[in-house]
Design a binder for this molecule. Sequence first.
Ligand code: FEO
Length: 395
Amino acid sequence: MNKIEVKKDIFWVGAVDWNVREFHGHTYSTKRGTTYNAYLILDEKIALVDTVYGPFAGELIQKIRDIVPPGKIDYIVANHVEIDHSGAMPEIMKLLPNAKVFCTAKCKEGLFRHYYQNWDFHVVKTGDKLSLGKRSLAFIEAPMIHWPDSMFTYCPEEELLLPNDAFGQHYATSERFDDEVDMCALMDEAQKYYANILIPLGSIILKKIEEIKNLNIPIKMIAPSHGIIWRKEPAKIINAYVSWAKNATKPRVVVVYETMWGATEKMAKNIVQGLTDSGIAVKLFDIAKSDRSEVVKEMLDAKGYVIGSSTHGNGMLTNIAGFLDFLKGLKPKNRIAAAFGSYGWAGGAVDSIEAILKETGIEIAQPSLSAKYVPDENEIRRCYEYGKEFAAKIK
Ligand code: FEO
């Protein structure tokens, strides 16, 4: 098997998970699969940075065996405890029981609570270094990007950053580098990753990027633990993260709704027409039929959200309720929104939509719009105008 050399004597020994379609329980759809990236660094000492998800331990071990006998590994760097990166540790540690495991204090605690093994842990903090011989590894704690234990590892001699989840994408490919794949697909997956996992951590991410800039460490390559390695233009993904973390938006609107018998859908389509005729780019999703992770990806840089539901009981329908609850956890900032929907007798959907949007910290830009049973001609026209009014606030 061809060995994939990321830099001289630094090998990708990860695994491609072509068929995974859900991640983090059911919260994240991975329609393009994913990869679990691990890196083997050969020097006077041999280090393995991260492992892979447990079911892929055999692939990891075989890839290492093609390069060196696994027992020769001196050090394992565990950047993150989550099982997609540490799951293979029990298997690999059987082959190298004396290897030292370098990780943060929280990672040590987390690894123990997952595997109950007293491995030879060495707790590291930001600024600590580990010499491998000609090269070295420097550690940068990165708590809450995205778990308390998370850490980045940097090899100064290669100007190589190994940031684990950060800058990653769920993107299964036979290629390993950014200059080998379709850039639109790559950025699409990077955006989806950020939107579904990192939106609430924007201020922490900005501080970490600033801290790394202040360390004055040149970065020629970013090798995350999911997806594609950034070697052509690592600044591209760093700049995208800065923009997303600053909640920068475009004058775009995402309309998300759920409909019971089609009346709310009719309202949604006419609102979309009003927005479109005002020159605003719009995406429309019936959340009962849509992939929630993709909708959130579209919302990442959209300035406006228009949310609709038919009334059910005294509130909204269940799919849109679940979606808005997920959005509330993501806490997108610097957005405006409006609510609409049809009702039969008592109403209540638009009030419950507005309430959760306010809890999320999103400004309600205009009064909600309701229609009894099925909107008549005047109400259809009113939906169109409603879209135009919202468009004026987006521009
Ligand atoms: Fe936080 Fe890829 O695991």
